[in-house]
Design a protein around this ligand. Structure first.
Ligand SMILES: NC(=O)c1ccc[n+]([C@@H]2O[C@H](COP(=O)([O-])OP(=O)(O)OC[C@H]3O[C@@H](n4cnc5c(N)ncnc54)[C@H](OP(=O)(O)O)[C@@H]3O)[C@@H](O)[C@H]2O)c1
Length: 510
């Protein structure tokens, strides 16, 4: 069987999901995200014949490129970053749909030329005036581009088509700036036209959280405070700032990862079941989770922030954060965060949710760990089996790499004694399905073209997440949780261990 007949983007869907003919306008078309993610994702969609007939891409950026230069640069990008190798015949046909408009984001004539180009695409391919505008640009440009799209009459499609705006992260840097950005976009686009991308939600393993919970009958009854002891969401990276020190200095781990990706994953783990996957059900339930979260309160006790020093990763010496290019030698920016959140509702009251994320940790891994409560009696301890792990029942959802799910439970060690040892029941995507999952951006670009916003973040979630975390950032500024340090290649500062130990818990060893 070929990979394409098993493509998960098709496989799980009863109807073939091919979008209407449309034009995708990529603002920031000469940038890193376009080369690394967007165009390789489009190429793979073309390979799988999931793009509509009459599809075209119009790149928009400052560099004075021609269509041919844009195509050549994108060909190199696909050769380098695509999950499937570049195939010349597919590329040639895809490349014909690529065009480029060179302009500064602030120059109105550029948008007029863009409008002309789009009209040409409409008449050449019958794109019906359908437009997807993708902001792959510095966040400071989002409002300006939206404003000019409005001025150029591009935010409402002519001839009954649709116009949508995809916005990359970060959406604001605190509550106030996020609100301001939302208001600016709202002057031009309606909420239902805005697709805030969180690429974590495009990952197969993240979507599988919903399938695991609601597509099976056996887990939901124990998915609550009666059975669950705590929940941990961890993202460990071995990389440092990878040449993006300037960006990171303005951001830090809380803004870069926690406010969006970790909070979104947490919401999928904690939300109530939906009656249907159509419409806004999932986004409504996620928003309710955020609304039920308690303010962090004692920031000194419930959060830890830290920065990596020089150290060794996989036997290789690496510099400390303050020695990275573009980083101040006195930087106070955190590259590691651990924090505890509580959700005050009937399902989760008193169950701590611990989030942690860090750079330059010993291993690259993202996982959700549900730890279940101990049985009421320690029967086997009395029978000499005192080596049972107190956290024997663990459910680990491995988001990446080594994608899969494992359930840990105690089993009797063979022999005449009643020794109990933890063992794992394991599911691995790779061996069970034998296909490589599509990249998150493939699914999300396709969904945006289809008008399916389920996997995009609605404003109320963004706002609630900032409402919760902005006071943390403010308290940090006032010294509530002093910056700690950890050596690169270690699992973060001791204070992070103490954060969970003070509640009688421990971090899952990744
Ligand atoms: N890179 C990633 O892997 C990644 C991952 C997740 C999210 N993101 C988000 O995606 C967005 C883009 O990131 P990136 O890494 O691709 O940025 P980047 O490499 O710096 O690219 C920025 C793009 O914007 C264009 N640009 C900047 N100012 C302009 C202006 N005044 N007029 C016209 N064009 C202008 C640049 O064009 P010229 O170069 O031609 O001037 C370039 O095409 C950011 O919001 C980032 O947070 C990126």
């Amino acid at each position: 069987m070929t990979t394409s007949t098993l493509n998960p983007l098709r496989a799980g869907l009863r109807l073939p999901r091919t979008p209407d003919a449309c034009a995708l306008v990529v603002f920031g078309a000469t940038g890193d995200l376009t080369a690394r993610k967007l165009v390789p994702a489009l190429y793979n969609l073309a390979r799988e014949r999931l793009l509509p007939g009459g599809f075209s891409v119009v790149g928009f950026a400052r560099r004075g490129w021609s269509d041919e230069q844009f195509r050549a640069a994108m060909k190199d990008a696909v050769a380098k970053f695509s999950r499937e190798p570049l195939q010349d015949d597919i590329w040639e046909s895809f490349a014909r749909s690529l065009h480029y408009v060179s302009s500064d984001f602030g120059d109105m004539p550029g948008y007029e030329r863009l409008g002309e180009r789009l009209k040409k695409e409409d008449s050449a391919h019958g794109a019906g005036g359908n437009r997807l505008f993708y902001l792959a640009t510095p966040p400071t440009a989002y409002a300006e581009i939206a404003h000019h799209l409005g001025e150029a009459n591009l935010s409402r499609s002519p001839s009954g088509g649709w116009a949508r705006l995809v916005v990359e992260k970060p959406f604001g840097r605190d509550l106030e700036s996020a609100k301001k950005l939302d208001q600016s976009l709202g002057l031009v686009f309606r909420e239902r036209q805005i697709y805030r991308i969180d690429h974590y939600l495009g990952k197969e393993t993240v979507q599988n959280i919903l399938v695991f919970r609601f597509g099976n009958g056996i887990f939901e009854p124990i998915w609550n405070r009666r059975y669950v002891n705590d929940v941990q969401v961890s993202v460990a990276e071995t990389v440092g700032v990878e040449g993006r020190g300037g960006y990171y200095e303005e951001s830090g781990a809380l803004r870069d990862m926690v406010q969006n990706h970790l909070m979104q994953v947490l919401a999928l783990v904690a939300m109530e079941p939906v009656a249907s996957l159509h419409g806004d059900g999932v986004r409504d339930e996620k928003a309710k989770v955020f609304r039920a979260m308690l303010p962090v309160g004692d920031v000194g006790r419930a959060t830890v922030r830290a920065q990596y020093r020089a150290g060794a990763i996989l036997g290789q010496q690496v510099p400390g954060y303050r020695e990275e290019d573009g980083v101040s030698p006195a930087s106070e920016i955190e590259t590691y965060v651990a924090l505890k959140l509580m959700i005050e509702n009937w399902r989760w009251a008193d169950v701590p949710f611990y989030l942690r994320v860090g750079k330059r940790l010993p291993k690259r891994a993202t996982e959700v760990v549900i730890t279940f409560k101990k049985p009421p009696l320690q029967l086997f301890r009395e029978m000499g089996g005192d080596n049972i792990d107190p956290a024997a029942n663990l459910l680990v959802l491995r988001i990446q790499p080594d994608e899969g799910i494992s359930l840990r439970f105690g089993a009797k060690v063979p022999g005449t004694r009643s020794d109990v040892r933890p063992v794992n029941m394991d599911f691995r995507y790779g061996s069970s399905f034998g296909v490589e999952p599509p990249e998150a951006y493939e699914r999300l670009l396709l969904d945006a073209m289809l008008g399916d916003s389920t996997l995009f973040t609605r404003w109320d979630s963004v706002e609630a997440s900032w409402e919760l975390l902005t006071p943390v950032l403010d308290a940090w500024l006032q010294g509530a949780s002093p910056l700690r340090f950890y050596d690169a290649g270690t699992w973060g500062p001791d204070e992070a261990r103490r954060l969970v130990e003070q509640d009688g818990r421990e971090w899952h060893r990744m």
